[in-house]
Design a protein around this ligand. Sequence first.
Ligand SMILES: [Zn+2]
Length: 229
Amino acid sequence: MPDELLERLRRFQADAFPAQRGLFRHLVEQGQHPTTLFIGCSDSRLVPYLLTGAGPGELFLVRNVGAFVPPHDQSQGFHGTAAAIEFAVLNLDVRRIVVCGHSHCGAIRALYGEVPAAAQNLQRWLALGRDAALPVAEPGPEAWRRTEQRAIVLQLERLMDYPMVRERVMQRRLTLHGWHYVIEDGEIHVFDVQRGGFVPADQADNAGTGPYAMDDPEAGLDSSGVPVC
Ligand SMILES: [Zn+2]
């Protein structure tokens, strides 16, 4: 029986890699300098490189169930996403952090349903989205969509609890972006605090920087990063 995955690996090196050899060599010799930390859900239908048109070296990518951000202040445990945030901000000096959730998110639906008892890590992990859940007994598409979007904002708020993130946002060296990807439409809705919600990308006037925009140095920010109007 042919090993399809092995075949794909061989095809990559033989067919795809040669066209990018120079770029990868440059990225090895000069090191990586990605400007964006992309925190996305692990869902297979979310493809960050397709959405953003990014190529090698452009996105520092973290993916997990639900695109959740764990609290910075952890007294125990291993937190790959928290470590990645610290590395991206302190070592790579990224300029943007994108939190990208999506429609039909299994993590969000799991907030309203049963999780197998054996999935103890998943059960704990889902607590990071719990505050986004709505008080409805039988959620439908609208409740799921709202919960998906509320969960994204929740993660942005938690990002602001990371001292190195907060400091850079306040210094306007870093912007935070909340995106909700609607899979069936190929459309990103970007979070815009000033408009009070998510706006389709084709109607938005920024990539979702909301209150965290760097292009308005006169605007003040309150302690939560929301502009003082
Ligand atoms: Zn998801």
